[in-house]
Design a binder for this molecule. Structure first.
Ligand code: BTN
Length: 257
């Protein structure tokens, strides 16, 4: 494991921080346990809104639904941010992972030239294969949002056949540029969310789930099949099922076709 991180903290700091900007403190590490766990501990200790932690490798990276998130060193960059959107009601927080997914998809289009879209709620896919997973966690009055972006994973290193990486999609984008573009897109998206914009149309345009037949799996139920119609004002997925319309606030979605 190299001592120097692959991601250039000085360059990121120049691109992101300044008066009135969302991200204030940027740190980059070669390795850590989990960038989300680190920022969650810092949130409890009173760290300011706008902290960013980037790592080339995580030994205990965590995914949604208590899954693990693993990748060989230097192949999938881990980026977490700590935000304190204290003025917004908690119901609006459901939107945060969705907003992040759209920001990542938009950034990857720009910096890596890939056709990235969001699978509800927040997986970022290229041609239906996952390039980025997002884990949004609430810690007291803070949100810790983590993004795992597969940069240089090879075919042999993919955790599942339905994953992909920027390199496998033909991109040679520099990892500091990728992280910088993602965080700048997240800053813009976060401001829209803070401004209480209606995000439904914006999200639906970038979401490959809407208009598809889907299976929504929740931990304690069999999957529910139906046609994804869109998202409601709380960011819940609206699905037309054989028993009528249902709104899902969480769950794993499979695109059926
Ligand atoms: O798809 C998922 O299950 C979500 C994966 C989220 C992984 C990221 S990597 C940065 C941050 N730190 C973690 O431990 N997890 C998130």
């Amino acid at each position: 494991m190299p001592d120097e991180p692959l991601v250039d903290a000085a360059r990121l700091t120049r691109a992101l921080t300044g008066p009135g900007r969302v991200f204030t403190h940027v740190r980059c590490l070669p390795t850590t346990g989990s960038t989300n766990a680190d920022l969650a501990a810092e949130a409890v200790a009173g760290a300011p809104s706008g902290s960013v932690l980037v790592a080339d490798h995580q030994s205990t990276g965590r995914g949604r639904f208590d899954r693990r998130w693993e990748a060989p060193p230097g192949t999938s960059v881990a980026v977490s941010v700590l935000l304190r959107p204290t003025d917004l009601p908690l119901e609006r927080w459901l939107w945060l992972p969705l907003v992040t997914g759209v920001a990542v998809a938009e950034a990857l289009r720009v910096v890596a030239g890939v056709d990235a879209l969001v699978k509800w709620p927040n997986d970022v896919l290229i041609d239906d294969r996952k390039v980025c997973g997002i884990l949004s966690e609430r810690v007291d009055d803070a949100a810790v949002i983590g993004m795992g972006i597969n940069t240089t994973l090879t075919d042999e290193q993919l955790p599942v056949p339905t994953a992909t990486s920027l390199a496998l999609e033909g991109s040679t984008a520099d990892v500091t540029d990728v992280v910088g573009e993602v965080l700048q897109a997240l800053e813009r998206a976060y401001r829209r969310w803070l401004d209480d914009d209606d995000l439904r149309f914006w999200f639906a345009q970038r979401c490959s789930t809407v208009g598809r037949r889907v299976r929504v799996q929740q931990s304690d139920t069999q999957g529910v099949d139906g046609l994804a119609l869109g998202v409601d004002e709380w960011g819940r997925l609206l699905v037309h099922t054989s028993l009528g319309e249902r709104a899902f606030a969480a769950g794993d979605v499979v695109h059926l076709r």
